[in-house]
Design a binder for this molecule. Structure first.
Ligand code: TF8
Length: 334
């Protein structure tokens, strides 16, 4: 009996060394960069994604996250992915329109009305269609994460109607649709990389910027701004992009684990954003900023005035892309 037990143990050992656990996984160091800071909900998302990867890969797939633009801005990091020298980035879609013009569809003012509606479009077949365009440009979008609805902050005056934008120096992302949206409202819009925004606000080189509350909080813009207006003028998604050149060298199991865990991270990140939205707003108010919410009427006026932007950019985005999202939103809203 004892001999038999020993023999069985020996066989088990031999087997387990011949086929080690997680054989389909290699040790990988996955660098993922971000423009925002580690206390942004993207940090929670990355943690949840790592826990999922640990489980699936036996600790072999390791994320190293870089925060605060340490590996460059959204666009620079995305180009590093395309040339295969960096694995991943969490980036806004907006600065990538020079690479993939169709992404501009997400920059159209007042496109999405609620986060749920955005999730349905992004996680469904419209999102898949955009992912195909990204792949053709050397970028694998593992999942759509959340940046959120964007609101205006400024240091000059309360903004409660579109006429208040007149002459205001507003930083916009490096994106023509945002540029036109704000010029059209009378602002003096200035494209600028995210990494330069804090000091430009601090030195009054610009008066205003627009980002979700959570970013205004975690990137400390509230320290150098006096007024906020809840404009909800755009919901621009985050993309969790992976270098296609690197992804293609991974095993199918590694690829599947990355895709599945990116979705786990996404759900956590979206959940934390929804919770933090309110906390961030409270913090901004407590810091002494005046917060204005646009009246329904004013929002309708701004929306109506902004519709020229749709027509102006339709051809460059792709008429079929704009029509497809509008049709999908109409179907969701029915
Ligand atoms: C922007 C974006 C940024 C994000 C961040 C750098 O205003 O909203 O906050 O892309 O990752 O540039």
């Amino acid at each position: 009996m004892r001999k038999l037990l020993l023999a069985t143990t020996a066989i088990a050992f031999a087997l387990s060394s011949a086929v080690p656990a997680f054989a389909e996984f290699n040790d990988r160091n996955i660098r993922i960069s971000n423009g925002i800071n580690a206390d942004h909900p993207v940090g929670n998302g990355i943690k949840a994604m790592q826990a999922c990867l640990d489980e699936k890969s036996g600790g072999k797939l390791k994320i190293t996250a870089f925060w605060g633009g340490a590996l460059g801005g959204d666009l620079q990091a995305t180009q590093a992915l395309r040339s295969g020298v960096q694995e991943g980035v969490v980036t806004s879609s907006s600065p990538l329109v020079g690479i993939i013009p169709a992404l501009g569809v997400f920059d159209l003012p007042f496109l999405f009305g609620t986060p749920q509606e955005a999730y349905q479009v992004l996680d469904g077949k419209f999102g898949d269609m955009m992912n195909e365009k990204l792949e053709a440009a050397g970028l694998v979008n593992l999942a759509y994460w959340e940046n959120g609805f964007r609101n205006l902050s400024n240091s000059l005056r309360p903004v409660t109607k579109w006429e208040d934008f007149e002459g205001m120096k507003v930083r916009v992302m490096q994106n023509n649709i945002f540029l036109d949206t704000f010029q059209n409202l009378g602002a003096n819009a200035t494209p600028m990389a995210f990494g330069e925004v804090f000091s430009a606000l601090e030195t009054n080189a610009i008066d205003a910027q627009e980002n979700p509350y959570v970013t205004i909080d975690t990137s400390k813009f509230f320290e150098v701004q006096k007024y906020i207006t809840e404009t909800n003028h755009a919901y621009t998604p985050f993309l969790l992009l992976f270098s296609k050149a690197i992804f293609d060298t991974y095993t199918p199991e590694e690829q599947a684990a990355l895709r599945e865990c990116a979705v786990v991270g996404r759900d956590e990140e979206r959940k934390v954003i929804q919770e933090l939205n309110k906390t961030s707003l409270d913090k901004i108010k407590a810091a002494g900023l005046e917060v204005n919410v646009l009246s329904e009427e004013e929002q309708a006026r701004i929306r109506e005035k902004s519709m020229v932007v749709y027509e102006k950019h339709k051809a460059e985005i792709g008429a079929e892309v704009v029509d497809a999202i509008i049709a999908e939103l109409a179907a969701i809203r029915k």
